[in-house]
Design a protein around this ligand. Sequence first.
Ligand code: GRF
Length: 196
Amino acid sequence: MKRVAILISGGGSNMAALADSMTGDHPARPVLVLSNDPAAAGLEKARARGIATAAVDHRGFGGDRAAFEAELLKPLEAAAPDIVCLAGFMRVLTAAFVARFEGRMLNIHPSLLPRYRGLNTHARAIAAGDREAGCTVHEVTAALDDGPILGQARVPILPGDTAETLAARVREMEHRLYPAVLRRFAAGDRTPVWLS
Ligand code: GRF
């Protein structure tokens, strides 16, 4: 049974979808939900599911990213995860941190990578006049929002869409895509998942 740690910064809806998918004959189980924000609403969602939680407030390190990550690693390593899932985790990780989990750390990004790395992806897609948007699950490498693609889901951009209406449509697909990718990945299968 693969042990999965999930890192969050906010609401944790992707964490909840992942956690709720890991039942029955699924080859993985959640062992830790870890946040850089002690007030993250997702921590309560994890506790309600009986999942161990921890938080390391990144604001206590005055911008010293390495010191923050050294603290973050303590509960994370203690959970001995086989797989780490970033799910709405909004801190950039150093190459040194990524290297410890290379090949077994996943992230979900709300765009059809390689388009729209970084933030404000939905507003950018709308402003560009794109007809479709979506989300991508990829292996995490030192380069931001890069790394081998493990899955993508596409949604239409509709007339009158705002960043909020589009985000809501994409997020519904995130909650289908990420669990599907994790299940394959935990079984050792890196065949990409394509949803639309
Ligand atoms: C999602 O839209 C995800 O694509 C992005 O941040 C959001 C996280 O939402 N990385 P939640 O915390 O999973 O609800």
